[in-house]
Ligand binder design. Structure first.
Ligand SMILES: [Zn+2]
Length: 311
């Protein structure tokens, strides 16, 4: 059996010396961006200083600095570099073949995906929480990096890839445990997975996928799915209402590293606008909520957030 491992082409910016928070040799999924101008930094500092109970919404742009590609960034996002598209919820539920393909890739990508670490931006937001500045953090990311940074006042809006849920009995188990079960029932696969360093962009031939065995729920034999909101599925009403509650207690909203293209996050900006809360956005490139923001800063999340002082 042959496993082809096409390489992800690193963005030329990764070759640049001193490319800030991206470690040397690490693939760079951060879009190119000029240094943030001093005036924008000043205004952001003012915004943060004035805030007493800030609601922060984060997205994929925050984790690109930890080496996790986003979907939409020009040139470096998954949409631009590959033909990979996110799994659709209905397809996952309907098709055993789709689940087999999904889990085969996920199994191979897991050792690398699960090893990513929080960056300067995650750590800065954790300090804001400790300092009483940040009232609540809502992330659209499923990579567990805010949790790894120690964030407590946190809602993972789209779930977390580090957990697995049974579609029948709703039991939730750690994704890491499932890796052990995959290894046990796919001995040949695990030998090969150990011999290479998959980068998450794994291409598998149909024949290889057909040999991959997918375990079911140990409680009830049901279908296992990452506890992640796939495209075409909706965020639970309870979670949405909970976040609206935290928003009502906040005095300002800061968006970090999200283009807010997905409605599940964008709706909170509409709600913030209804409540006349001041909104600031830190992101490389335009966002869906630019017209609602009183301040827009373009820059690398880690660099900019670390530069902000807690006053
Ligand atoms: Zn079950």
């Amino acid at each position: 059996m042959r496993l082809p491992w096409p390489m992800v082409t690193p963005h030329p910016a990764s070759v640049r010396r001193g490319a800030s928070s991206v470690a040397a040799g690490q693939l760079n999924f951060v879009p190119p961006c000029r240094t943030t101008d001093a005036r924008s930094l000043e205004l952001l500092q003012e915004f943060v200083t004035r805030a007493r109970r800030m609601l922060v919404i984060t997205g994929a742009g925050l984790s690109t600095e930890s080496g996790i590609p986003d979907y939409r960034s020009e040139g470096v996002g998954l949409y631009a570099r590959t033909d990979r598209r996110p799994m659709q919820h209905a397809e996952f539920v309907r098709s055993a073949r789709s689940r087999q393909r999904y889990w085969a890739r996920n199994f191979l990508g897991w050792p690398q995906f699960s090893s990513h670490q929080p960056n300067l931006a995650h750590r800065a937001l954790r300090r804001w929480e400790e300092g009483g500045k940040l009232h609540w953090l809502v992330t659209q990311n499923v990579d567990a990096l805010h949790g790894k940074a120690g964030q407590k006042r946190l809602t993972e809006l789209h779930g977390c890839a580090h957990r697995v849920v049974c579609l029948s009995c709703s039991a939730v188990t750690p994704r890491e445990d499932l890796q052990g079960r995959f290894v046990a029932i796919n001995p040949e696969w695990s030998a090969q997975a150990g011999a290479v360093a998959p980068d998450g962009d794994v291409f598998l031939e149909d024949e290889q996928v057909l040999n991959f065995r997918v375990p079911s729920c140990q409680n009830c034999g049901g279908i296992l799915k990452p506890e992640v909101t796939f495209f075409g599925d909706t965020v639970s009403k309870t979670t949405v209402e909970f976040v609206h509650g935290r928003l009502a207690e906040s005095d300002s909203v800061l968006v970090v590293g999200s283009s807010l293209q997905v409605y599940s996050g964008y709706r909170f900006l509409l709600a913030a606008s209804d409540r006349k809360l001041p909104v600031a956005i830190l992101n490389i490139g335009p966002t869906r909520a630019d017209h609602l923001a009183k301040l827009k800063v373009s820059g690398r999340c880690g660099e900019v957030l670390s530069a902000v002082q807690l006053l």
